[in-house]
Design a protein around this ligand. Structure first.
Ligand code: NAD
Length: 264
């Protein structure tokens, strides 16, 4: 066990199960001595998250639906009561109605757009503000994004638009909070098979495509995304803010399909 995160405390939002990206980051932080609190969305997930939290020595496990301002206030009040200050926050939350993660983006109705943007973008701003209010200088806020923010990905649709807004919000908040010594960054992860990913049309095809066409010729692991998360939350990345860091086997640099890749 390392000591990189020793003496640091933080909140991890977005664990649904042991395949969640949030869990990959939580494990990496816990292995380096960081102390963790978790939130979950609804009691059904609470039943899964509590035993996971226990395995990394965490007992501060709270319900928090990010569409509910009162729930967010209660979460941060509970954390402040227990710990006083925090050092980091992981926001690994995204959602869009499955029905619109296929077909054409142009057909997205207003309600579906607003809900996707609320949960997948605004929620980071909402929790960042509350977290920053109880954050020690040197604190780090981290969110998860995807290349679909920068380029058109099949089926990603309204999530791509939400991620573009999320990435812009990383930059605005980096400036807002930089004076307090608080850093704000995003990790743009390559495709990982999780509960949320399951909702995206043809996700298995996307995984194969990335495997065949990325420089490393494989997909990324939960441990690799966790390792990058650890870097962003620790003092190792002390000079880094407003950054979108790609952890995608290098896929984002490629301009053309690998001509020797097998057919999918
Ligand atoms: P996941 O299903 O394990 O996690 C998504 C989480 O969002 C769940 O814990 C869910 O409870 C939470 N959530 C959704 N709506 C919520 C709400 N209203 N209130 C509180 N929590 C809510 O899937 P994941 O892939 O680990 O997703 C985590 C983040 O990583 C998401 O932002 C996702 O877009 C991003 N991401 C995923 C991939 C991938 O391929 N899996 C790639 C790049 C980025």
């Amino acid at each position: 066990k390392g000591t990189l995160m020793k003496g640091k405390r933080g909140l991890v939002m977005g664990v649904a199960n042991d395949r969640s990206i949030a869990w990959g980051i939580a494990r990496a932080v816990a292995e380096q001595g960081g102390e963790l609190a978790f939130t979950y969305q609804g009691e059904a997930l609470g039943k899964r998250v509590r035993p996971l939290a226990e395995t990394v020595g965490s007992t501060l496990v709270l319900p928090c639906d990010v569409t509910d301002d009162a729930a967010m206030d209660a979460t941060f009040a509970a954390i402040e009561k227990e710990w006083g200050k925090i050092d980091f926050l992981v926001h690994a939350i995204g959602w869009a109605d499955k029905q619109f993660l296929r077909g054409r983006y142009v057909d997205t109705p207003r309600e579906a757009f607003l809900k996707a943007l609320d949960i997948s973008c605004y929620s980071f701003t909402a929790v960042a503000r509350r977290a920053a209010a109880i954050m020690n200088p040197g604190g780090s806020l981290l969110t998860l994004t995807y290349l679909g923010a920068e380029r058109v990905m099949p089926h990603y649709n309204v999530m791509g638009v939400a991620k573009a807004a999320l990435e812009a919000s990383v930059r605005y908040m980096a400036v807002d909070l930089g004076g307090e010594g608080i850093r704000v960054n995003g990790i743009s992860a390559g495709p990982v098979m999780t509960l949320a990913a399951n909702g995206i049309g043809d996700f298995r095809y996307i995984l194969k495509w990335n495997q065949y066409n990325s420089p490393l010729e494989r997909n990324v692991s939960l441990e690799e995304v966790g390792g990058a998360g650890l870097y962003m939350l620790s003092d190792l990345s002390g000079g880094v803010t407003g950054e979108i860091h790609h952890v995608d086997s290098g896929y984002h640099i490629v301009g053309m399909k690998n001509p020797t890749a097998p057919d999918i």
